[in-house]
Ligand binder design. Structure first.
Ligand code: FES
Length: 572
């Protein structure tokens, strides 16, 4: 029996402690050979019936186990907090750091030599990557894959993106409640996460672009047999990574993050990737700044024609060649020598990746959208620490705009009057929705892309400049300025805006300004009082006391960095 592995500290121990560790495990029917020094592989699964996008992950875990056994390892599945985006209140983002903290502690405290991370719904992917980064044991991610394309009345409909449209159709009387109820079932017709290029598909792609999951892993549909093949392969791969002691820090380098940011621009990915990649980098000590999300993509065109920016869905993306085809097309724009979990480089992984449909994945010399139309980072007195806008989802005529503010202190306050035909609003109005940041709501929900006032919808207005310290769903669209930092609840200038103030948005110049003199702002600041804490105890209290602002990734201040895999005393 070798004693070189981390797990040997538990299973190779002699005396009472060793007997305790082995005997209780044998109650599951394992023979004594599993304690012979083979690598013990944890499978962290975020399965739950309350997280419908992840509900099949217990089956994916069975395929991972097959691969681990095949490669000579000992797989042990364990649950990690499942975050279901559509059910959790007030928002799943409030719990991303709790998942990261829970998974980090479980990985470290148990006799594991490596870990496979099973995720799917939006926050589960970054949460598990943050955990693995802070522990530093070899890790491979397997995302659960997207749903099959939604099908309604002969057309493909995308998760989330269709709902925004149906909501407007319902408000405008173009759809009945019964038609909406039928359409719901047509949109979500298989296992898997949202099949638009929303946050889940984006973060699955980010995990692949970072090198943390196998090529093609992001795009196989959840119900495709190759999803399960890939999971089995991941089981083999993690044993290999343990054997060669390849850690997340060796894979998720600054170059890997630069690759991910560029790939995100090429796929028209979600703005949520900004906060999540910043948080993961923070765990690793990789220098990454908000401005990198602007400067690194100015020469990267959007190649992928997927909703919400384009036409197709993830199933089409898979059949067209998936992420390897995009990464091959990006060629020299990526760091080809970055290491991945295959123990090969990015360039080696994608060297022969074919593209089967040029209408879905376009060539770099004939892109879907030209370079520089991805995420822009704005600054100015209204966002001294930055704000972001997804240019490809915005209306070109609003990218340079000056209008009067109409201010709401919560999305609920806006929704209460959105249908009011007497609302003092026109197509030049700038809607300000505030107190939606990490501390303010709390949890920084996806409330920025509020629907337009019914009065304007009736007049055929389709977009309006909206400014918010919250986030926007990756499935949404519109001229929406997000992630304003500092947020209103932290005393940012956003808290000082009054209805009727002039606001100037100039995306080409990367500025966002409140046109109010400094002395007037100082007077307003002196009169401002912070809102009361969102909670007096528990997780929400801890979160609001320690959460960082959006420009650095919304991690908790005491979770930034890592503690490694060492554990101290054994009380058994
Ligand atoms: Fe789970 Fe969209 S709601 S991925």
């Amino acid at each position: 029996m070798t004693t070189s592995r981390r797990s040997a500290a538990w299973f190779a121990a002699t005396g009472r402690a060793g007997m305790n560790h082995r005997s209780w495990m044998r109650s599951q029917g394992f023979t004594s050979e599993v304690f012979d020094g083979r690598p013990v592989i944890g499978i962290a699964t975020t399965w739950s019936e309350l997280a419908p996008c992840n509900v099949h992950l217990h089956r994916v875990a069975e395929s991972v186990k097959r691969g681990v056994w095949q490669a000579g390892g000992f797989p042990l599945e364990f649950p990690a907090m499942a975050l279901g985006e559509t059910l959790l209140r007030p928002t799943a983002m409030l719990y991303r750091n709790l998942l990261a903290m829970e998974a980090e502690e479980l990985i470290r405290a148990n006799p594991l030599d490596g870990v496979v991370l099973l995720s799917g719904c939006d926050k589960t992917t970054p949460g598990l990557l943050m955990a693995a980064a802070s522990v530093g044991l070899p890790a491979v991610m397997v995302t659960g894959g997207p749903k099959l394309n939604g099908k309604y009345q002969g057309t493909d409909v995308g998760s989330g993106t269709a709902v925004w449209r149906w909501e407007e159709d319902l408000l405008a009387g173009r759809m009945t409640q019964e038609e909406c109820a039928f359409a719901e079932g047509c949109m979500s017709r298989s296992d898997g996460h949202c099949m638009t290029m929303g946050t889940a598909s984006t973060m699955a792609s980010m995990a692949e672009a970072l090198g943390m999951q196998l090529p093609y892993s992001a795009s196989w549909p959840a119900v495709d047999s190759r999803r399960y093949e890939t999971a089995q392969r991941a089981g083999q791969v993690i044993v290999d990574l343990v054997a060669h002691d390849v850690t997340p820090a060796q894979i998720m380098t600054r170059e890997a993050f630069e690759n991910a940011i560029r790939v995100n621009a090429a796929i028209g990915g979600s703005t949520n990737a900004v906060v999540h990649l910043l948080a993961i980098a923070g765990r690793l000590g990789v220098p990454l700044a908000l401005d990198d999300f602007d400067t690194l993509i100015r020469d990267v065109p959007t190649l992928v024609n997927l909703q919400p920016s384009g036409k197709y869905l993830m199933e089409d993306f898979c059949y067209a060649g998936g992420l390897p085809a995009v990464m091959r097309e990006l060629g020299g724009l990526l760091h080809g020598d970055a290491l991945t979990v295959t123990r090969k480089t990015v360039a080696q992984n994608v060297a022969d990746a074919p593209c089967w449909n040029r209408d879905v994945i376009m060539p770099i010399d004939q892109p879907f959208q030209p370079a520089g139309t991805g995420t822009a980072v704005l600054r100015g007195n209204l966002a001294p620490d930055g704000a972001v806008i997804k240019q490809s989802a915005a209306s070109p005529h609003l990218l340079k705009h000056r209008g009067r503010a109409l201010v709401f202190d919560s999305p609920e306050a806006y929704h209460a009057v959105a249908a009011d035909q007497d609302l003092d609003v026109d197509e030049d109005t700038v809607l300000v929705i505030r107190y939606c940041g990490p501390k303010g709501y709390p949890g920084m929900p996806e409330t920025a892309n509020v629907p337009l006032p019914a009065k304007l919808l009736k007049r055929g207005v389709r977009d309006l400049v909206r400014i918010c310290d919250g986030r926007m769903s990756g499935t949404a669209y519109g001229t929406v300025v997000l992630h304003v930092a500092p947020e209103a609840a932290a005393g940012g200038t956003l808290a000082l805006v009054r209805t009727g103030d002039w606001i100037t948005l100039d995306v080409p110049a990367r500025t966002l300004s409140l046109d109010v003199p400094d002395d007037e702002l100082a007077t307003r600041r002196a009169a401002w009082t912070p809102p009361p804490p969102a909670a007096a105890r528990g997780w929400t209290w801890l979160y609001t006391q320690h959460v960082q602002q959006a420009d650095t990734g919304c991690d908790l201040d005491f979770l930034i960095g890592g503690s490694g895999s060492a554990v101290g005393r054994d009380s058994h």
